[in-house]
Design a protein around this ligand. Structure first.
Ligand SMILES: *Cc1c(COP(=O)(O)O)cnc(C)c1O
Length: 357
């Protein structure tokens, strides 16, 4: 797709945050955003990078009523030599199209999506923070546009990318998270939208997360929506368990978001000589494995934290304590390798890294 991307510069750039240790997540948006429009019968048109700012949306726009919306999340990193790189952006672009397919939205050429990400990051070079663990977070988004209340796929869409300077997830060290295994609310069922990165999945999860937070938990681990028996994933992370020294994770069979970090971790683990199993894991199996000392580590995988060690799993008031409240050795080893590749400090034999400058 050779759609030209126009650049309309922001004549009033914002001052960049000075304290890189206080960036947090998704708060400091850059001066520009990428946007491209879709109209039925015409296709994608009017691609441009323009000053960051509010969108004009009709109050009857389908996205506001029926949640026809999808998104992605990935990071651009600054290397020690000052240059910039992204991690597996084509995977995000392909997944965006898979989500689009499920939500009856039009695909956008993955190479073109990556070109837009690259141009935007180049333009916002000065916004990519330097401190260890920081990054520029990219949020590609597609929404249904137009002005019609009928329930059917929209005829107009907007695809846009915004960026936020983001802080280190672990600025106070790698504190293991406390997870509540949810047996009342469900996130996704087979045949539903669990495998798509679509807004509705997240608004539907807020109540369970809020109730768990009140009880002192950091995250909710969802069970399968049919039998309430098998573990699936947490809010925005896939889950990996270490049992008998093997890495075991739930298969992504339609109700689980196929994480790019998950895929990368499983590949690295295999290449480090670990056995990897993708199969259903019941809560009962986890408790049995824990009691007999065979469950030694559990961790979440996702772009935000890369790897998030689990210190506690709770189900029906019963608790499993893991790794003495520290990160386990296998999680640490994989974390070091993966973040090393992402930040350009380790060799990348996989071709996962895309250099920008
Ligand atoms: C984004 C997301 C993940 C993690 O995917 P990555 O590609 O590794 O960032 C896992 N689960 C859900 C529900 C997500 O939205």
């Amino acid at each position: 797709m050779d759609l030209e991307i126009k650049i309309i510069r922001n004549e009033h750039p914002n001052p960049k945050p000075q304290d890189e240790s206080a960036l947090g997540f998704g708060k400091y948006f850059t001066d520009h955003m990428f946007i491209v429009e879709y109209t039925e019968g015409i296709g994608w048109h009017d691609a441009r990078i323009q000053p960051y700012g509010p969108l004009a949306i009709d109050p009857a726009s389908p996205v506001l009523h029926y949640s026809q919306e999808i998104f992605e999340g990935l990071k651009a990193y600054r290397r020690a030599d000052g240059g910039l790189q992204m991690f597996r952006p084509i995977e995000n672009a392909n997944r965006m199209n898979q989500s689009a397919e499920r939500m009856c939205m039009p695909p956008l050429d993955p190479e073109f999506q990556v070109k837009a990400m690259k141009m935007l990051v180049e333009l916002e070079e000065g916004w990519v923070p330097h401190m260890e663990g920081t990054s520029l977070y990219l949020r590609p988004t597609m929404i249904a546009d137009g002005a019609e209340l009928g329930v059917h796929p929209a005829k107009k869409y907007l695809y846009y990318i915004i960026c936020a300077a983001s802080g280190s997830y672990y600025k106070n060290g790698m504190a293991p998270v406390k997870i509540h295994i949810e047996d009342h609310y469900v996130r996704a069922v087979k045949g539903g939208t669990g495998a798509a990165k679509t807004g509705g999945n997240y608004s539907a999860s807020l109540k369970a997360a809020a109730e768990a937070a009140k009880k002192g938990f950091d995250q909710v681990l969802w069970l399968d929506g049919r039998e309430n028996k098998y573990v699936e994933e947490v809010g925005a992370m896939n889950m990996i368990f270490v049992m008998d020294g093997k890495l075991v994770t739930a298969p992504t069979g339609g109700s689980i978001l196929p994480g790019i970090t998950r895929k990368s971790v499983l590949q690295l683990a295999q290449d480090k000589g670990f056995t990897v199993e993708e199969r259903p894991i019941s809560v009962e199996e986890l408790f049995e494995a824990h009691e007999s000392g065979r469950l030694t580590e559990a961790f979440g995988t996702g772009t935000a934290a890369v790897i998030s060690p689990v210190g506690l799993l709770e189900y029906h008031g019963k608790e499993m304590h893991l790794s003495d409240g520290k990160i386990g050795p296998i999680a640490q080893d994989i974390y070091d390798t993966l973040t090393g590749i992402q930040r350009g400090e380790r060799e990348d034999p996989y071709g996962w890294v895309m250099k920008i400058s």
